[in-house]
Design a protein around this ligand. Structure first.
Ligand code: AMP
Ligand code: MG
Length: 499
């Protein structure tokens, strides 16, 4: 990229509240040096959003910072402490084993954002791990985060991906990389579990009040603010999981340390998008029991939120029974919040305007049709847009031999969709924003990563990224990116926590 800037020219206006206010929840730590770093990708749009100078960042000085070789003035790099339930089992001490929080900035919209590095070397939490990350998973997280962002789903995002050119030993030796990640915060359910497991009530109160100031400031003076924090986090997760389910996103490793208190999607490890619709779908190589199957995500989220609620009990009410009652009422409310939100999203996807008691059934029946006939989830909805616009042929083609089974449902849907107050242009506009044509198809993602890792060829990655940044407008030149993978490929598709 460009050169000529002096090594001290990268200025980032850090303001590090986590380091200042949450002593006891981190260990200061410096990133490892990268011998000969090279850009993989810099996210200019996000840099601008953060109030950073993309041109300044896109320089040897910027590269030195994003490769961990220079700690910029004002940064206070630290590894965060957290615990977590992993596949149901509790680990009281996980923490950032290969990540560092550099610091926080206030973005151009006035929001506080974390800037953190992943793959920047060992920390006191590494537990025998090398603290490194490989190019493949780093680019995967970059792509997935940007795709989710473009789909309108709350998510952490990549500011940069840098190749370290140091080898990383996995099953095979891989080229190493560092991802710089931006998040509303990196507070996790596991952060609260870490403190609760130590029964450190003053620290718990400090953490909860910090979280409230940071993400729910309107609650700061409420006497019942900790219960209301719980409710707010539950509401954010209900919205998030409903959005995941509405685009066929499978997180794959919903451990409590991977659930962000902010309601952003966090940690793109073994995640994948559904091809044909199947609530039992599991892609992760380590999820043998199917704990984190696609259709289980709402239930798992509620389970994680129950673990979060338990950590807050001593703050919710001094009377233990009362605290437990209030907390479990809040957690039980998740199911209802999720159902409502998912119902709304499905209504938009089906182009149903206005309320009708039968809509829920109409939506459920469509999902059942998709499941029974293994129809592509994304196109199954997108082709309804064409149908509303007057062309039902692509939908029938998609259903193939099952087109006959579709007809009775189509009759019901047609009758319902043409009712309602708005004109068809408005209905179509709602559907156009609800039903993407481009999602990160697993075979496309793998091909882009393989080109980068095996041949150092970033062109397929750049091209896919461009396509995914505009997921809703159909473009003739990009139609190949909308095609599902061959069924056999999806059947053997496995993802890895591969770090
Ligand atoms: P993850 O699966 O990425 O959510 O990580 C779970 C835990 O394992 C976290 O505490 C990570 O910091 C830690 N971890 C994962 N990979 C590594 C690694 N290569 N080196 C050190 N710690 C790691
Ligand atoms: Mg994690």
């Amino acid at each position: 990229m460009t050169d000529g800037a002096s090594p001290d020219s990268v200025k980032i206006a850090f303001d590090n509240t986590y380091a200042r206010e949450l002593e006891g929840l981190y260990v200061r730590c410096t990133p490892a040096r990268s011998p000969a770093p090279r850009w993989l990708r810099l996210n200019h749009g996000l840099a601008v959003e953060l109030g950073l100078e993309p041109v300044e960042l896109d320089s040897p000085a910027g590269l030195a910072v994003l490769a961990g070789n220079v700690v910029p003035p004002g940064a206070d790099p630290l590894a965060q402490a957290y615990a977590g339930h992993q596949f149901g089992g509790f680990s009281p001490r996980l923490g950032d084993g290969r990540a560092l929080l550099l610091g926080e900035v206030i973005d151009r919209a006035g929001r506080r954002r974390d800037i953190a590095m992943k793959g920047s070397g060992a920390t006191p939490f590494s537990r025998g791990g090398d603290g490194k990350a490989a190019v493949g998973p780093v680019l995967r997280e970059y792509l997935m985060g940007e795709a989710m962002y473009a789909l309108g789903i709350p998510t952490t995002r990549a500011l940069a991906a840098v190749a370290t050119r140091a080898p990383v030993v996995r099953e095979q030796v891989q080229p190493g990389a560092i991802l710089t990640r931006v998040a509303a915060s990196h507070l996790r359910v596991g952060t609260f579990e870490f403190v609760a497991a130590r029964q450190d009530l003053p620290l718990l109160r400090r953490l909860a009040d910090y979280t409230i100031r940071r993400q729910e400031p309107h609650l700061a003076d409420a006497p019942d603010r900790h219960l209301r924090l719980l409710e707010a986090v539950i509401a954010r997760q209900a919205d998030l999981i409903a959005r995941w389910m509405s685009v066929g996103f499978l997180h794959g490793v919903m451990n409590t340390d991977n659930m962000a208190i902010s309601g952003e999607t966090l940690d793109y490890g073994p995640c994948a998008f559904l091809e044909h619709y199947d609530p039992r779908a599991v892609f992760s190589s380590i999820d043998n029991g199917g704990r984190y199957a696609f259709g289980s995500q709402p239930r798992v989220a509620q389970w994680n939120l129950a673990r979060f609620a338990e950590t807050l009990l001593p703050l919710i009410d001094p009377d233990e029974t009362r605290a437990a009652e209030l907390a479990s009422t809040a957690v039980d409310g998740f199911a209802h919040l999720f159902e409502n939100r998912f119902g709304e999203l499905l209504q938009s996807k089906l182009g149903l305007v206005g309320q009708d008691d039968a809509d829920r059934e109409l939506a459920a029946d469509y999902l059942k049709l998709l499941a029974d006939h293994r129809v592509d989830f994304t196109l199954g909805f997108r082709r309804l847009n064409d149908a509303v616009a007057g062309d039902e042929a692509p939908l029938r083609v998609l259903f193939g031999k099952a087109a006959e089974a579709l007809e009775p449902w189509l009759d019901r849907w047609r009758a319902r969709v043409h009712r309602g107050v708005t004109d068809s242009a408005e209905r179509l506009a709602v559907m156009a924003r609800a039903n993407p044509i481009y999602i990160p198809r697993n075979h496309r993602v793998e091909a882009a990563l393989a080109a980068a890792v095996e041949h150092g060829d970033l062109a397929p990655f750049q091209r896919l990224l461009e396509v995914l940044q505009r997921p809703f407008d159909e473009r003739a030149e990009d139609l190949a990116f909308a095609e599902p993978a061959p069924a056999a490929e999806t059947a053997r598709y496995r993802t890895f926590c591969g770090t």
